[in-house]
Write a protein of this length. Structure first.
Length: 230
């Protein structure tokens, strides 16, 4: 997959491609522009427009986050299967006999912001909190948003990580004992010892929430969830 560098297909539009069959042999291009861009070894590929970040596997989105590489290897089976599925769908070919598990959806196919939205929905529906959107924090090191519980007014924050990212409890405001700190990692990448006011969320509970509350899910999460095999 790639993102259009000149954005002629629209902002943040991704495309999927594959080589154009056996006839697509490597060739050497020695034009000045090829040398300037260091793209002299070429091979024909066929591109298909996919869409915005919500249509792309989360593992692919994460692999390009804060990186300047034009090409990035993604070692994720779910993302590879779904990329093949997308290409077959766009190219009019037979679709692979594959459907992701719900765990693959949460771990590999949802993007970082989609998982943040999912945890916010879970905390509001299952734990009774109200998300304070004006207090949303644009930082993956501290916490993503602030919540308040209407029963007694206590505040909470949530730190959400995806993929292999580990939760960083050192950045949480744990010194405030009245503040509850929720943390989530789909792979349970949590520190062995947690402060008493830090509450780890279990991915099994999140998966059960997705199964049982389709109408409470953020739209992107719902779209991925209906494709899951379980």
């Amino acid at each position: 997959m790639t993102r259009n560098p000149d954005r002629s297909s629209g902002p943040g539009i991704s495309q999927v491609s594959t080589t154009s069959g056996r006839s697509s042999a490597w060739r050497y291009a020695d034009a000045p522009l090829n040398r300037e861009l260091d793209l002299t070894s070429l091979r024909d590929v066929r591109f298909h427009r996919i869409g915005s970040e919500g249509d792309v596997p989360g593992a692919v989105v994460r692999s390009y986050s804060n990186r300047g590489r034009a090409f990035q290897h993604v070692s994720d089976a779910g993302a590879a299967w779904y990329s093949a599925y997308l290409f077959a769908e766009k190219a009019g070919r037979a679709l692979p006999e594959w459907r992701p598990s719900l765990m693959q959806v949460i771990d590999s196919l949802l993007g970082p912001f989609d998982v943040q939205d999912l945890i916010a929905a879970y905390l509001q529906v299952e734990r009774g909190y109200i998300a304070l959107l004006a207090r949303q924090v644009d930082s993956t090191l501290a916490y993503e948003y602030v919540l308040r519980h209407p029963s007694n007014g206590h505040l909470a924050v949530a730190q959400v990580k995806t993929g292999a990212q580990a939760v960083e409890t050192d950045t949480l405001p744990t010194a405030d004992e009245d503040l509850r700190c929720f943390i989530f990692s789909p792979r349970h990448n949590y520190p062995a010892v947690l402060p008493p006011n830090v509450v780890p969320l279990d991915v099994e509970d999140i998966a059960a929430f997705v199964r049982n509350n389709p109408n409470a899910l953020p739209p992107v999460v719902q779209r991925w969830a209906v494709r899951a095999a379980d």
